[in-house]
Design a protein around this ligand. Structure first.
Ligand code: PEP
Ligand code: MN
Length: 339
């Protein structure tokens, strides 16, 4: 439930409500707004008497959260979540462009790509150092060496880095280098990993599992949020359907649905959603028109030589043209892609 405190509620009254909730074995999440304080009380199954809570001093009203996801819901927090990424912010008027190769392949490849992406207008650099591959014989990523090259690319371009973490034990290592932790589609429901990235307090890009319901995706965000880590971005990256001309089917619906159900920023990944570079631009623009707060796009200077996902990677010139087009779409829907 959410306990909405009166605008003039005192610290003592707020502490009283928190203590009562904790007595019942509930977890408490405080949202100190400009106008008033909202106290999220997440139960452990034991029922708290709503009317009793409503009678406590300083309380204006108590509203039950009906959705299974609580902290991720708009009921808990009506305003959009907005937080900084480098010199920009996600979740507000700006649309954030994340770009880079699927995998970090070498020092020169990531630095060359990072410079090209930055020049084209990207704000955040993507690149995998630990790769979740369908085949155990495929390139698995450069590991820590790849993280070092990413950090160098950040030095050169000033762009923050988003990179995937695949197991809880690697969270501390990745946090030494990365600015945003990516949870891949295959790991969306890896609960130990969700707990670990939640605890890290690092911003997280949570990809939707390829066969996951929107509600399951939001429940995974809830795991991260339950650690008090509020900097979570949801990423729609396409789902499995009967159609196999494209790698996945871009679930455009998921963008407005997630924005309606949750206050968290939503990022569209048109690269994995289509799997073919020819369709990436159309899907990226559709994602922005549908209300995405950011896009993540695979870019490679020589896609034919890429060690992963070359077929869906844009060359830098095509990416630069796409950024100009996305900016026009962003402006048409009252937003902007800032330089
Ligand atoms: C990736 O971003 O390269 C990736 C592996 O994505 P996903 O987890 O969405 O398949
Ligand atoms: Mn990829």
């Amino acid at each position: 439930m959410i306990v909405i405190m009166r605008a003039d509620a005192t610290m003592r009254e707020k502490s009283g409500v928190i203590a009562r909730a904790e007595d019942f074995g509930c977890k408490v999440h405080l949202s100190d707004g400009k106008e008033r304080t909202i106290i999220g009380v997440i139960g452990n199954g034991r029922v708290i008497d709503r009317e009793q809570m409503e009678r406590m001093p300083g309380v204006e009203r108590v509203v039950p959260i009906l959705k299974p996801f609580k902290l991720a819901s708009r009921e808990f927090k009506a305003e959009d979540t907005v937080f900084p990424l480098g010199n920009h912010t996600i979740g507000g008027d700006e649309i954030i462009v994340m770009a880079g190769p699927c995998s970090v392949e070498s020092r020169s490849q990531i630095i060359e790509t990072a410079i090209a992406c930055k020049e084209a207008g990207a704000h955040v650099l993507r690149g995998g150092a630990f790769k979740p591959r369908t085949s155990p014989y495929a390139f698995q990523g450069l590991g820590e060496e790849g993280l070092k090259y990413l950090a160098e690319a950040r030095e050169v371009t000033g762009m923050p880095i988003v990179t995937e973490v695949m197991e809880p034990a690697l969270v501390p290592l990745i946090c030494e280098y990365a600015d945003v932790l990516q949870i891949g589609a295959r790991n969306m429901q890896n609960y130990a990993l969700l707990h670990a990235v939640g605890e890290s307090q690092f911003p997280v890009l949570l990809k939707r599992g390829m066969s996951s319901l929107i509600e399951e995706w939001l429940m995974c965000a809830e795991y991260i949020l339950s650690h008090g880590n509020t900097r979570v971005m949801l990423c729609e990256r396409g789902i499995r359907t009967f159609e196999n001309y494209t790698r996945n089917t871009f679930d455009i619906n998921a963008i407005p649905v997630a924005k309606h159900l949750s206050h968290l920023p939503v990022v569209a990944d048109p690269s994995h959603a289509t799997g073919k570079w020819e369709y990436v631009a159309a899907a990226a623009k559709a994602g922005i028109a549908a209300g995405a707060d950011g896009v993540i796009i695979e870019v490679h200077p020589r896609p034919e030589e890429a060690m992963s996902d070359g077929g869906q990677s844009l060359k830098p010139e095509k990416f630069a043209k796409l950024v100009r087009e996305m900016r026009a779409i962003a402006q048409a829907v009252g937003r902007d892609i800032k330089p």
